[in-house]
Design a protein around this ligand. Structure first.
Ligand code: S3P
Length: 441
């Protein structure tokens, strides 16, 4: 198990780039495998989760290669060119891989078994297997089809109208992918808007969708055509550096070429509300996704203020709750995060792990059934903490370490390889080597 050691840091000034977006990297390969022709993916994220999707698609018979310039190329012959996998599809730690590929497996006339690591085997899959079964797939698994390993006998799907109970882009995407392979018009109506990468990319590949607010309708049997996808930087990776800029006095950090899909920018809205300076420049469209350079500066003179985060904002910052708790611990006043019970079903129970480890670092933080309550202002102190095998926990705790007195040691730091393998190096480079560095050991 790798450790990441972090010492306190002064303010940061500078510019960086972060790796490609994880959500978009998964989808680019999956749609490429379902499309006809060539899909060229530039800036694909070469991290654990996306490799899981890539390996599963290879097992389904997709042709995936790499060009000398690093672009990942998928050559597709439509869904009918995919074959029944000989072995189990191992989705590793990746919930996105499992949920989206369950939708694909349901639509193909094959027998497919999907499994994952210990964390993924604990995560709820009924939210996906139930609608897929109603569409006509035969799905079984542990706990009556609620958890992995899951076995799917797919094909012959009927369209469905579905209102998921949880606002989840993974659930929406799974049903839309199955809907693409079904007969008739599939309609998904979300309880709150979530990231719409799947809808944007389906359109980019030539599909027609009717979107009205949180209602998405898609007619099955549409032909996808391969295209180029330029993956923007991952805002959920940038968030750690932007948070550091907000909490380290005197900082100003720009992350270039980051995706700013409206379903992802809740964290930026909250940082601004807390009093940080947030600016988006060089806004542009990159193969269907909005992209910008994002600058965050610590509040001049004043301190960050506590905020209330609840309701429709939560899906827009769902992956940023641990790092938001770190920022809140460094602010003045109370922050309440509510309506976030689904955080307990992520790679770890992120409400519990965030509360336990930030408390160990001296934060006044309480776990609630559906969120967190943080009383800001207590000085953080370095401590021995642990990622609980969760990449975003490891990175959030590392940023907390920058604002703490003394050294913070994060156990299980190899988990950053799931979404941001270069994180320790990027952090050390930014924190300035010996003066206030971070290093992995
Ligand atoms: C993702 C959606 C979110 C997010 C996950 C990636 C996606 O999950 O937490 O990291 O790529 O669709 P939910 O949709 O289950 O909230």
């Amino acid at each position: 198990m790798a450790e990441l050691r972090v010492r306190p840091s002064e303010g940061w000034q500078g510019t960086l780039r972060v790796p490609g977006d994880k959500s978009i990297s998964h989808r680019a390969l999956i749609l490429g495998a379902l499309a006809h022709g060539t899909t060229r993916v530039r800036n694909w994220l070469p991290a654990g989760d996306c490799w899981s999707t890539r390996r599963c698609l290879l097992a389904l018979g997709a042709a995936i290669a790499e060009e000398p310039d690093g672009a990942v190329v998928v050559t597709g012959g439509g869904p009918q060119a995919l074959r029944e996998p000989e072995g189990i599809l191992d989705c590793g730690n990746a919930g996105t891989a499992m949920r989206l590929l369950l939708g694909v497996a349901a639509g193909l006339p094959h027998f497919t078994v999907l499994d994952g690591d210990a964390s993924l085997r604990r995560r709820p899959m009924r939210r996906v297997t139930e609608p897929l079964a109603r569409m006509g797939a035969r799905v079984d698994g542990r706990q009556g089809g609620a958890t992995a390993p899951l076995a799917v006998r797919g094909g012959g799907l009927r369209a469905i109208r579905w209102q998921p109970e949880v606002a989840s882009a993974q659930v929406k995407s799974s049903i839309l992918l199955a809907g693409l392979l079904a007969d008739g018009e599939t309609v998904v109506e979300e309880p709150a808007a979530t990231r719409d990468h799947t809808e944007r990319m389906l359109r980019g590949f030539g599909a027609r969708l009717d979107v009205a607010g949180t209602r998405i309708a898609l007619t099955g049997g549409q032909r996808l055509t391969g295209r180029q996808v330029d993956v923007p930087g991952d805002l959920s990776a940038a968030a750690f550096f932007l948070a550091a800029a907000a909490i380290l006095p005197g900082s100003r950090v720009t992350v270039q070429a980051v995706g700013i899909n409206p379903g992802r920018t809740g964290f930026l809205d909250v940082l601004a509300e807390m009093g940080a300076e947030v600016a988006l420049t060089e806004q542009r469209d990159v193969t269907g996704e909005p992209v910008a350079d994002v600058t965050v500066a610590a509040p001049a003179g004043g301190r960050l203020r506590g905020v209330r985060v609840a309701g429709e904002l939560v899906p827009r910052l769902v992956d940023e709750v641990p790092i938001l708790a770190v920022v809140a611990a460094c602010a003045q006043g109370d922050t309440v995060i509510a309506d976030a019970a689904d955080l307990r079903t992520k790679e770890s129970d992120r409400l519990h792990e965030t509360a336990v480890h930030l408390a160990r670092m001296g934060a006044a933080i309480e776990e609630r059934r559906d969120g967190l309550q943080i009383r800001g202002g207590a000085r953080l102190v370095g401590a021995e903490v642990d990622s609980a095998g969760d990449h975003r926990m490891a990175m959030a705790l590392a940023i907390a370490g920058l604002a703490a007195r003394g050294e913070t040691v994060i156990g299980g730091a190899e988990s950053v390889g799931i979404s941001f393998p270069e994180f320790p190096r990027a952090l050390a480079a930014f924190a300035g080597g010996d003066r206030s560095g971070a290093h992995a050991s």
